[in-house]
Design a protein around this ligand. Sequence first.
Ligand code: CMP
Length: 138
Amino acid sequence: MNRTFSIIKPDATKRNITGAINKLIEDSNLKIVAQKRIQLSRDKAEGFYSVHKDKPFFNDLIEYMTSGAVIIQVLKGNNAVDQYRKIMGATNPDNAEAGTIRKEFALNIQENSVHGSDSEKNAEIEIRYFFDESEIID
Ligand code: CMP
């Protein structure tokens, strides 16, 4: 069992499809052990995506991620990081496999409905960036 960090992004909260996304998460045997609906500040979003700060899409990404509510989550399960990446599908929905969250719901490479950690180490860093351990209930 391990954990991963997830964000359901503004394109999904605006379209009221967070429950549909949570159903795909739970159907894949991941358990939502923490969840909050928040609005990211510019500072918080820039800190979270600091690895991308030199990318051409950085400013647009921050505008988008602060444009509405997001749902932040901790997911637990067998190989949670890889399992969630598998059900999210490719970053660009055009390349995502059928049945994945991004193939079903993402609008484009930026408004791609969900974020998931890319390694166990980053998962723990990202979880700690948003959650106190006391807020994670198995
Ligand atoms: P995410 O997995 O949260 O990581 C970085 C985000 O930047 C990505 O999802 C997209 O929302 C956004 N993004 C926008 N353009 C690109 C791009 N060309 N390549 C990768 N990510 C992009």
